[in-house]
Design a protein around this ligand. Sequence first.
Ligand code: NAD
Ligand code: IPM
Ligand code: MN
Length: 359
Amino acid sequence: MSSKILMLPGDGIGVEVTAEAEKLIKALAELYGVDIEMESGLIGGAAIDATGEPLPEETLALCEACDAVVLGAVGGPKWSDPRAEKRPEQGLLDLRKALKLYANLRPVRLHPSLANISPLKEEHIQNVDMMVVRELTGGSYFGEKVDGDDFASDECSYSREEIERVVAMAAEMARNRYGKLTMIDKANVMATSRLWRKVTAEVMQKRFPDVHYDFMLVDAAAMHIVANPAQFNVIVTENMFGDILTDEASVLVGSMGMLPSASLGDGQKGLYEPIHGSAPEIAGREIANPFGMLASVGMMFEYSLGMREASRQVELALWDCISVGQCTLDIGGNLRTSEAGDAVIERLRAIHTKRVAFV
Ligand code: NAD
Ligand code: IPM
Ligand code: MN
């Protein structure tokens, strides 16, 4: 088997954490004896500087031709002028849309030894283990925009089909976890949310009668996520609510640097990126937490390469490192970004050797 992976480091700490992803992918390829070809490309601010475009055609062609894309982060103050014609973030949005990656999976799981890092009381965050499925190619992110000086607007629209496919994917996950699906919306105000409610109920009753589901308004959900997060199992929600609620949820598990994501569509191809941004204020200091990125690589091995065992071993290696404090500053360790990456690979080798010995 041979797989092609495209690395898109992007900007700021995106570059630093992508370097760690590359090391991990190499180590996994070697341990599992699989042939993985890695290439890299430009996206975001780095691409604007080099080519004038946040998603150059050449990058898009590389994305079309590979099995999976690993992305660091895009953006930064250099490209943040509201009058700027091209924005780094648009490159990422265009890429998600072009690859038809309509579902963004963001698992949020608390490592027990990080309960004391969170500003929330330990007893409130125990047993947090949820999967947030964020719709990724619709809503106000992609509606018609008016960017005027005296008037601006962002159209928010959803079609039945856009809702059905992402709800079905989330429901499948809830079924596999023997869990519950919570659809989060603003149905007391938004017409799009009322369509989400109707379509969700239909999909669940027709295709997932065995899966329990409920609805929650997004303002209340923002409160419940910090007050009683363990009540959630699988969440499905529209694009912007999913964006906001997952940054909030990152506080439960210790740091923005911890959360991975997988963006999927109907095929095997996926885009894998941590949920954090380019973190300009810590960029270049070698203190960025690479674990969200490394966990994203783990998700890639499961969803795009079909190597579930490799994915589990990445998770175990990450958890081992956290257990013994081999991690970056933000979650209580004292390792630099690259040292934390090395520690994970070292653990991975140890886990792999033990497993092979028992076969
Ligand atoms: P951010 O996610 O970059 O940072 C938020 C906070 O979390 C900061 O305090 C930062 O230091 C901290 N943080 C983030 N990642 C961390 C890590 N790996 N380790 C330790 N601490 C970490 O959000 P922001 O500052 O609002 O945005 C900065 C830029 O990133 C903006 O241009 C924004 O558009 C962009 N952005 C890009 C993506 C992406 O590419 N997927 C995601 C979010 C934001
Ligand atoms: C994310 C980011 C992006 C989003 C931005 C950079 C366009 O915040 O991936 O969570 O809003 O989707
Ligand atoms: Mn975000």
